[in-house]
Write a protein that binds this ligand. Structure first.
Ligand SMILES: NC(=O)c1ccc[n+]([C@@H]2O[C@H](COP(=O)([O-])OP(=O)(O)OC[C@H]3O[C@@H](n4cnc5c(N)ncnc54)[C@H](O)[C@@H]3O)[C@@H](O)[C@H]2O)c1
Length: 255
C-alpha cells in the first residue's frame, strides 16, 4: 500500500538513494545534479566510461557504474553497487535512451531492434530487477521512466521511437497496477524536445524551428526543468500519483 506520510511541503528527497540510467548526459545528468542538491545519494548507470568521475564530481559518496543497460548482469550489478555503497536504493530513473530517425518503409531490422532494445526492453528489465529488489526487501520506492510526447502522438520518421515510447507508457501503467500494493509507484514523464545533446542533434535547424512554432509555449524544454518534474514525482508530494504519464510538452499534444 502507498502510505500517507502527511502533506509534503518541501518536496524532500534527503537521504534517499537513486539509480539513474543514462546519468552521464542530458536529462539523466540534469536529474543527477538536481538530486545531488536535494541530498540524494546517487548511483549513475551509463555506457560512458567517465560516468564514475561524473558522479564523483557531484560530491558525497556518489558513484557511477559504466556499462550497457541492455545486458542483464550489468543491470543487476548496478543494484548491487547501490546496496554495497548506500545500503539500498529507493528510486530508479530510467533515462538511458536513443533516438534515430528513418522512414517507416525503409527502416532496417537492426535499426528497429536496437531502438526497441534500448528504449523499451532495457527500461522494462531495469524496472523489473529494481522492483524485484524492492519487493524482496519490503522497501517502498519510486520509478520514473522517461517516455516522450512521441509515445502519445505520431511524428514523421519516428516509427521505432514512437513505438518504444508508447510501450514505455503502457509498461509504466502495468507496473503501477501490479506493484501499488508493495508501496512502489511507477510513473512516466513525456517531454517535448528537450535541449540535450540528443535534442540538439535531432531538432537544431529549420525543421526544429517550425516545430517550435506549433508548441503553445513556443519553446523546447531545458533538461533541468525535466529534472524538477522527476524530483516531484519521486517525492511524497506525489504519493497518490502512480501509473501516470506526465506530459511536459508545453501544450503540444493538447491540439
Ligand atoms: N532530448 C529530448 O528531446 C527528449 C525528449 C523526450 C524524451 N526523451 C527521452 O529522455 C531520455 C534521455 O534523453 P537525453 O536527451 O537526455 O539523451 P542523451 O543522449 O543526452 O543522454 C542519454 C544517455 O544515455 C546513455 N545511454 C544510451 N544508451 C545506453 C545504454 N544502452 N546503456 C547505458 N547508457 C546508455 C548515453 O551514454 C547518454 O549518457 C531518453 O529516453 C529519451 O528518449 C528525450
Amino acid at each position: 500500500m502507498i502510505s500517507y506520510h502527511g502533506a509534503d511541503t518541501d518536496f524532500s528527497l534527503k537521504g534517499k538513494t537513486a539509480i539513474i540510467t543514462g546519468g552521464a548526459a542530458g536529462i539523466g545528468k540534469a536529474t543527477a545534479e538536481f538530486f545531488a542538491k536535494k541530498g540524494v545519494n546517487l548511483v549513475l548507470a551509463d555506457l560512458n566510461p567517465q560516468v564514475d568521475a561524473i558522479a564523483k564530481k557531484l560530491g558525497g559518496k556518489n558513484i557511477g557504474v559504466p556499462g550497457n543497460v541492455c545486458e542483464g548482469p550489468y543491470r543487476k550489478s548496478v543494484i548491487d553497487a547501490a546496496v554495497k555503497t548506500f545500503g539500498g536504493a529507493d528510486i530508479l530513473v530510467n533515462s538511458a535512451g536513443i533516438v534515430a530517425l528513418e522512414k517507416a518503409e525503409s527502416i532496417s531490422e537492426d535499426f528497429w531492434d536496437r531502438t526497441i532494445s534500448i528504449n523499451l526492453t532495457a527500461g522494462f528489465r531495469m524496472a523489473q530487477v529494481f522492483g524485484a529488489y524492492l519487493i524482496e526487501n519490503k522497501r517502498p520506492g519510486s520509478i520514473v521512466n522517461m517516455a516522450s510526447q512521441a509515445g502519445v502522438i505520431a511524428l514523421d520518421r519516428h516509427v521505432a521511437y514512437c513505438a518504444s515510447k508508447g510501450g514505455i507508457i503502457s509498461m509504466t501503467k502495468v507496473l503501477a497496477l501490479e506493484w501499488g500494493k508493495y508501496g512502489i509507484r511507477v510513473n512516466a514523464v513525456s517531454p517535448t524536445v528537450v535541449l540535450t545533446e540528443l535534442g540538439h542533434q535531432a531538432w537544431d535547424g529549420p525543421v526544429g524551428d517550425a516545430f517550435k512554432k506549433e508548441i503553445p509555449a513556443e519553446r523546447f524544454a531545458e533538461p533541468d526543468e525535466i529534472a524538477g518534474i522527476i524530483a516531484f514525482l519521486c517525492s511524497d508530494a506525489a504519493a497518490m500519483i502512480t501509473g501516470h504519464n506526465l506530459l511536459a510538452d508545453g501544450g503540444y499534444t493538447i491540439k
